[in-house]
Design a protein around this ligand. Structure first.
Ligand SMILES: *Cc1c(COP(=O)(O)O)cnc(C)c1O
Length: 371
């Protein structure tokens, strides 16, 4: 049998690891920041109706320009955006990939600020774009001075900023984004996957007059639509024109388009649990210190917490109780998604029961470290 290393793959892919967040069928899954609430049944019924109509036409290719969907997304975002400002793809991961296919690639670089979303560097590698990094300030913040110094030092073709940032939950001040934009002659992409959970302003307010700024969004998190795979961006119409150079024709299936348009018509219902999720997040943050952990402030639907003696052991001890959280590879830290009230209670109860037990003694299991 042939193994991966025997194949004539690209030299720059040798030795790399694929994305691999565990998908385990346990009762409490709080490891990939999904909205754990099921979508309302009335909305589901409407989506199925839209799918039934779309299915009747799948003998034809779908609308290559996904016009209805871009109209729905523009209306959802507001801020005076029109369909010309909108682009969509199969998850925001594909948005990031298409962006790097157009503006990155061999001989070009993208700057990121770890710890950040693990897919940023993986997509950089996959597109042959050099991934360069710079340090954050204390508390995982990034000041305008820090971002400008990094851009001047690295001279990247593209800058990726994630706000609120995964896995830390940190949101960036708009001053940092403006400073980054002014400092780079290249593309600035703000990954706003968790924007609906944040209290502060979105970078959408900065788009006007900034043709090199891209705001990436997704229906995977707050919108409770991760399984449908729909990510999108808002930018100057010239950016969407550029993306047409690399997108595969008909990349968004007629079913994806129909389901997404139907879901967006019910945006308030789809987002109805956001406040509840934020309340669970705040409850986790308020409770963890009494258990000896140090949670970071979060503007998203997850909490990164420090003070974990042995993250691997704690991960395994929770896993044995049917609770899946995330070891993001930051020493003495773990990340947990804020789910339903019941999931939060079960997670916090399990952590409480571990207190006093030595989680150090838990035997090593399979490696589950992923950013
Ligand atoms: C989850 C996440 C995404 C979402 O990816 P999709 O492909 O849209 O599901 C994008 N960016 C960040 C920072 C994320 O955490």
């Amino acid at each position: 049998m042939t193994s991966l290393s025997d194949l004539p793959i690209r030299d720059d892919l040798r030795g790399l690891s694929p994305y691999g967040a565990p998908q385990e069928n346990v009762p409490i899954q709080l490891n990939v920041n999904e909205n754990t609430h099921a979508i309302p049944e009335a909305v589901a019924t409407d989506i199925v109706r839209a799918l039934a109509i779309a299915v009747m036409g799948v003998n034809r290719y779908p609308d290559r320009e996904f016009t209805d969907l871009r109209e729905s997304l523009a209306a959802y975002l507001g801020h005076g955006l029109t369909p010309d400002n909108i682009w969509a793809a199969n998850g925001s991961n594909e948005i990031l990939q298409q962006t790097l296919q157009v503006f990155g690639g061999p001989g070009r670089s993208v700057l990121g600020f770890p710890p950040t979303y693990s897919m940023h560097s993986i997509i950089a590698n996959a597109t042959g774009t050099r991934w360069v990094t710079a340090e954050r300030d204390s508390g995982y913040a990034i000041s305008p001075e820090t971002v400008v110094a990094a851009i001047e030092r690295e001279q990247p073709d593209i800058v990726f900023l994630c706000s609120p940032n995964n896995p830390t939950g940190t949101a960036l001040a708009l001053e940092t984004i403006v400073a980054a934009y002014d400092a780079t002659p290249g593309i600035l992409l703000i990954d706003e996957a968790y924007a609906e959970f944040a209290d502060g302003d979105t970078a959408l307010t900065l788009l006007e007059g900034r043709p090199r700024l891209i705001i990436s969004r997704t229906m995977s998190k707050a919108f409770a639509f991760a399984g449908a795979r729909l990510g999108y961006l808002a930018a100057d119409p010239a950016i969407t024109d550029a993306l047409r150079l690399v997108r595969l024709p008909y990349h968004l299936s007629a079913l994806t388009q129909a389901a997404s348009v139907a879901a967006l018509a019910h945006a308030p219902e789809m987002l109805a649990m956001v406040d509840d999720i934020k309340a669970q997040r705040d409850l986790i943050i308020a409770t963890l210190p009494s258990l000896g952990y140090s949670p970071l402030p979060s503007q998203s639907n997850f909490v990164l917490f420090g003070g974990v003696a042995d993250p691997h052991a704690t991960f395994e001890a929770l896993f044995e109780q049917g609770i899946l959280i995330r070891d993001v590879g930051i020493p003495h830290h773990l990340r947990v998604s804020a789910g339903t009230e019941q999931e939060t209670e079960i997670f916090l109860d399990a952590l409480t029961s571990l207190k006093g037990h030595s989680t150090q003694s838990v035997a090593d299991g399979v490696g589950r470290i992923q950013g």
